[in-house]
Design a protein around this ligand. Structure first.
Ligand code: GDP
Length: 462
């Protein structure tokens, strides 16, 4: 087996943990069918399982978790600030907002949680780490500027994550605002307003005057009712780290969002490769609290080490066990990083297809001109067969950027460049993440190579 692995450029020792893809590959080589069983989180930590309920009658509706996406300067941060100022001040007299990665807003007894870091890079970086925290995306488009390149990028990042979109046409206070034009532009991108018999909720806002903010809240509640977001408050807490740092006086502080269950002061927490006790809980208004439930942002200290953004955390019953698992995870990470995660590439495509692992080839397409983007999109679409669909996750004019690589990493996609190159940072990130970038100068070469790869007839790269 180790010899075979070497042929696939994986240097492994006998007690090394291999990635799923590599294991599947071995199965193919030895003609053995491999079934990978994934553990549920509660199963994984079986010593907490007896306390975990999955009963329908224990479930309650929870607040939606929302991220603002959109082109730079279209008003994402201003809208967040506007909401914070009006709504938070309303609910919590004298409360001072703390930046703990997210904040929970209450109006009329209903809650919405807003993530503090807007933008699709942060959104997709979290997703690449396996943490899908966002329930609803608010796409911010300035009424005067209209749809811009990063608007399209944001739409495609949200779509690739399967997260529903609500459109906020912002800056309607400006004399140059043209909301009709924005609606037309977005309709061309498949975001059709409900008033035009489409499915996308639209709201017109101004972060300056506060217009439309109440309507935005109503739309968010409506969307969360449709999504039926539920959690079980009596379960032990689990969630995701939004941000973590070392703080003088508080030790390692992690700002997290609780996705399910209730976190109590003193709970033992296992978090990625770290563990600890929730000694001090501080909420988004800067108040010290004793416990907090589902869909709440909270700042926790103290941990054994600094966890990473996107790490999942679980409350467990035994600190000794938490320490052991954290240590085991640390060793495992070290080993698996050697046999690093292999994304889809033209070289492994056929074996993945044959294996039944791949039903869809996801592609991010960047080209020099709008015309070449359109032609290539058509040509690649035409490669879809009844078994394998070619799906263009994102296509745009311009060089390959870090954001493209992040999307490819989170979605397991290939990047194809036509008469463009990859930015240095993008190239390095792709190398690190094992994302394949293929550059072409002839359309026929691109389609031909992908077709050949789909059929398992790709010539080895020279
Ligand atoms: P972001 O890059 O999307 O986070 O955009 P910002 O929130 O930083 O806003 C960019 C600029 O647009 C700032 O100068 C804001 O004051 C301004 N701005 C944001 N929203 C509005 C709005 O509704 N009306 C007007 N007139 N200006 C706005």
């Amino acid at each position: 087996i180790t010899k075979l692995l070497l042929e696939h450029n994986v240097r492994a020792t006998i007690n090394q943990i291999l990635s799923e893809e590599i294991v599947q590959l071995l199965g193919l080589e030895y003609n053995v069918e491999i079934e990978i069983k994934k553990k549920e989180a509660s199963e994984e930590y079986d010593f907490v399982a007896d306390q975990v309920s999955a009963r329908e009658e224990d479930k309650v509706l929870r607040a939606p978790i929302v991220t603002f996406l959109g082109h730079v300067d279209h008003g994402k941060t201003s809208l967040l600030d506007c909401i914070r100022k009006t709504k938070v001040a309303e609910g919590e007299v004298g409360g001072i907002t703390q930046h703990i990665g997210a904040h929970k807003v209450e109006t009329n007894g209903k809650h919405v949680v807003f993530l503090d870091t807007p933008g699709h890079e942060a959104f997709t970086a979290m997703r690449a780490r396996g943490a899908n925290v966002t329930d609803v995306v608010v796409l911010v488009v300035a009424a005067d500027d209209g749809v811009m390149p990063q608007t399209e990028e944001a739409i495609n990042h949200a779509k690739a994550a399967n997260v529903p979109i609500i459109v906020a046409i912002n800056k309607i206070d400006k004399p140059s605002a043209n909301t009709l034009r924005v609606k037309q532009q977005l309709s061309n991108l498949d975001l059709i307003p409900e008033e035009w018999s489409g499915k996308t909720p639209f709201v017109e806002t101004s972060a300056i005057t506060g217009a439309g903010i109440d309507t935005l809240f109503e739309l968010l509640w409506l969307e969360s009712e449709i999504l039926e977001l539920k959690a079980i408050p009596k379960n032990p807490a689990r969630g995701v780290v939004l941000e973590a740092h070392l703080s003088e006086g508080r030790g390692v502080v992690a700002n997290v969002i609780i996705q399910d269950g209730t976190l109590h002061q003193g709970d033992i927490i296992l978090c990625g490769r770290t563990y600890g006790r929730a000694r001090l809980l501080i909420d988004d208004k800067g108040k010290e609290i004793k416990e907090t439930g589902p869909a709440s942002p909270v700042s926790i200290s103290d941990f054994s080490d600094i966890p990473e953004a996107g790490d999942k955390f679980y409350v467990v019953s035994d600190i000794q066990k938490a320490r052991e698992i954290a240590l085991e995870k640390r060793n495992k990470d070290r080993e698996t990083s050697l046999a690093k995660h292999q994304h889809i590439t033209l070289d492994n495509l056929y074996s993945m297809i044959a294996d039944g692992n791949v039903k869809e080839i996801k592609i991010i397409l960047k080209a020099d001109y709008k015309g070449s983007v359109e032609v290539l999109k058509k040509a690649l679409d035409a490669l879809s067969t009844s078994e394998i669909k070619v799906r263009i996750l994102h296509s745009a004019v311009g060089g390959i950027t870090e954001s493209d690589v992040l999307l490819a990493d989170a979605s397991d996609a290939l990047i194809i460049g036509f008469y463009v190159t990859a930015e240095e940072k993008a190239r390095l990130l792709a190398e690190e993440k094992g994302v394949e970038i293929r550059l072409y100068k002839i359309i026929y070469d691109a389609t031909n190579e992908i077709k050949a790869a789909m059929e398992g007839m790709l010539e080895p790269e020279k």
